[in-house]
Design a binder for this molecule. Structure first.
Ligand SMILES: [Zn+2]
Length: 671
């Protein structure tokens, strides 16, 4: 067999700490800094869950591999696969076979898909298919409904002694003020922009007033310091997440692959040491203190069976990045061994046996530190447990069983759908872990209600309501879109340890945050009255007291009542909705006015709105003196009460701005 892959040690630029400017002092709060964005895959149930291409495209996304099209030929016909070479990216191009037709790995099929969908259709609406909520065609539907019912084990692993975990993001902490999460990312354009110094380098960056100045020379190190600062902010938030988890009996977390944006990127990639060493070591200390397991799951583009050398090179680069991240946690021996990297075999590339052969060849050349952490997971499109288990046994790789995937793709000549038959393989699966001294883990999720076909069932339900028939002390990763809430859901349903600690959130009430507080304005006693009565005679009014300060370590921890559980669909209770202001009659407004009104009081200083209102009024009623109009329009605003010469630009409070807007409307109507 020709040697397909020349695998040079992938180059990742070492952090040039000494030559670079001090770490960027950036505002890592996405509420205030629009350059900071949420990494898309951290929001999903799992890296292989539904993709949200629209969003990714809108934000620039995380560019890991180009997604042009390549054609791979199969014995029968050509099928389209994405250049990312991922089984999971294939999912959006090809439909997974229903279990009925997927009995054998050899036919894993793409025939029907290729016939059914043209490339254009796929490009037109990648999300529909990925979301799994599109209409299935009648043939597919019939086949899916004709399949025999799932045969499930009735065993429940109770009393539960294992660790339950979730992936990457905590919805409660993400919505806290300030937000706590470890998947802040940015666009590459932001890195490039931040190679230029700020307009005023002595002041902190401001979204509009103090931006990088592109007229000044760019410095690569400065852009690097910017992206490193994001990564450090992410790493620093892990400790908080772990303490939060521990308080509610969650002791298992998958770390976001996007913690260090673009770290494994071909061009913008970088090493994590030394700049992130301290932040990661601190996270590791907390994990060790709490006995909290940490794992990772590199994304769908990271595969070792691809026929394309550049994909292998990129995959190894990504594995090295994950490996460095886990090493820098500096975990005690067992937790360190348990800090694994979950990987899928990936695509079939027209020939499953050849792909597995390439995987074996590439695996053999991996550095030992990567081999020590690599774990294979069955998927729901290409590789069943029966496909992977022999590979795992041969190469000494642990196999993580994903029940959800197994219910969609399994070898029907060996087992039936459901959790019962797969239990026969438990001893062999467990042995792949025991051999390496790594604590076994499994993945559990449930399909959405109403899902019938394989494609529909791929979508993860936001919550889970039961446990699979695993060992009572299993480490179980719950892959669900509602993240920690899905763990809570099953805790509550089955009364697992920890359920008693969790109470319902109240809408928008967070007693675990320090909100900005100003003492209410004192009513001024008129001077004359004061003089007449004499100050001593007045009883002293008690000074209004600020609310008690929530100590730093208690912020966002759930408050005195541990109100951290939100019922399905009530995530919005975690935060008040942002006010939306719509112009009453957008047709009539000029372009500039429309823009002003559209951006509304949130973006535009009230003064600008006030001026606009004034201008409009002056135009419409030229007979009246401007000062009079001013008083009429802005009777209660500072702008109105001051003389123009002393007026200063000052951002209005929300209420004032809304008030001004309302005034402007009334005025428009009156005129
Ligand atoms: Zn999984």
């Amino acid at each position: 067999m020709p040697r397909v892959v020349a695998s040079p040690a992938p180059v990742r630029r070492a952090s040039s700490r000494r030559t670079q400017p001090p770490p960027a002092d950036i505002d890592a709060n996405p509420e205030r800094n629009p350059d900071v964005q949420d990494a898309q895959s951290a929001l999903r149930a799992s890296p292989d869950a539904e993709r949200e291409e629209k969003n990714a495209a809108g934000t620039g996304g995380r560019v890991k591999a180009p997604r042009k099209s390549a054609t791979v030929s199969t014995p029968k016909k050509s099928i389209k696969v994405s250049e990312s070479d991922s089984s999971l990216s294939e999912m959006s191009d090809v439909e997974p076979p229903t279990p009925v037709v997927s009995t054998s790995a050899k036919t894993v099929g793409t025939k029907k898909q290729a016939a059914k969908k043209t490339d254009n259709q796929v490009e037109a609406d990648p999300e529909a298919e990925a979301e799994g909520d599109e209409d299935a065609d009648p043939e597919e539907l019939t086949a899916a409904m004709m399949r025999p019912p799932a045969v499930n084990s009735s065993y429940l692993p109770l009393p539960w002694k294992g660790r339950l975990g979730y992936a990457c993001l905590n919805t409660y902490l993400r919505q806290a003020t300030p937000p706590v999460f470890s998947s802040r990312t940015c666009r590459i354009a932001s890195i490039l922009e931040h190679r230029h110094p700020l307009k005023d380098p002595t002041q902190p960056e401001h979204a509009t007033k103090n931006r990088p100045d592109k007229n000044q020379p760019a410095d690569v190190a400065r852009g690097q310091a910017y992206v490193e600062a994001l990564g450090v902010a992410n790493a620093k938030d892990i400790a908080k997440m772990l303490r939060w988890n521990d308080r509610y009996n969650i002791k298992f977390l998958r770390l976001s692959s996007e913690m260090f944006p673009f770290a494994s990127h071909e061009v913008y990639g970088y090493k994590l040491a030394p700049f992130a060493s301290e932040a990661l070591a601190e996270a590791g200390r907390v994990a060790a203190e709490l006995g909290h397991r940490l794992t990772t799951h590199p994304g769908q583009f990271t595969q070792l069976g691809s026929p394309r050398p550049e994909v292998i090179t990129a995959a190894i680069r990504d594995l090295e990045y994950h490996c460095e991240l886990l090493e820098l946690l500096n975990l005690p021996p067992q937790l360190d061994r348990d800090a694994v990297m979950i990987l899928h075999m990936g695509g079939v590339f027209g020939d499953k046996a050849a792909t597995i052969a390439r995987f074996k060849e590439n695996y053999a050349r991996l550095p030992q530190k990567i081999k020590d952490r690599l774990v294979l997971e069955n998927d729901d499109v290409c590789y069943t447990v029966h496909d992977l288990l022999p590979v795992c046994e041969e190469l000494n790789i642990p196999l993580v069983l994903d029940y959800h995937h197994n219910n969609i793709l399994f070898d029907a000549d060996k087992i039936r759908e459901g959790t019962l038959d797969i239990m026969e393989l438990y001893p062999r699966i467990k042995a792949t872990w025991d051999k390496k001294g790594i604590t076994q883990k499994m993945h559990y999720s449930e399909p959405c209600p109403g899902a019938i076909t394989a494609r529909q069932r791929r979508k993860h339900s936001p919550r889970v309501y039961t446990l699979p028939p695993c060992a009572q002390d299993m480490d179980l990763m719950i892959e669900a879109k509602d993240k920690e809430q899905a763990v809570f859901e099953v805790m509550r349903t089955l009364r697992l340890p920890g359920h008693e600690k969790i109470n319902d959130v109240l809408p928008y009430v967070r007693l675990d945050e320090n909100k900005p507080w100003k003492p209410p304005k004192k009513k001024k006693t008129p001077k004359k009255k004061k003089a007449a009565e004499g100050e001593e005679d007045l009883p002293e009014e008690p000074e209004p007291q600020p609310p008690a300060v929530v100590p730093e370590e208690e912020v966002a921890m759930g408050g005195p009542d541990n109100r951290v559980y939100w019922h399905v669909g009530f995530e919005e209770w975690l935060r008040p909705k942002k006010r939306e202001v719509k112009p009453r009659d957008p047709e009539k407004a000029s372009l500039r006015q429309r823009k002003l009104l559209k951006e509304g009081p949130r973006r535009q200083p009230g003064r600008q709105l006030a001026r606009l209102a004034l201008k409009l009024a002056a135009q419409k009623d030229q007979s009246r003196p401007k000062l009079l109009l001013r008083q009429e329009i802005l009777p209660r605003s500072r702008l109105g009460s001051r003389s123009p010469s002393t007026t200063r630009a000052r951002p209005r409070r929300q209420s004032q701005r809304v008030h001004l807007l309302a005034r402007k409307r009334t005025l428009n109507q009156r005129c």
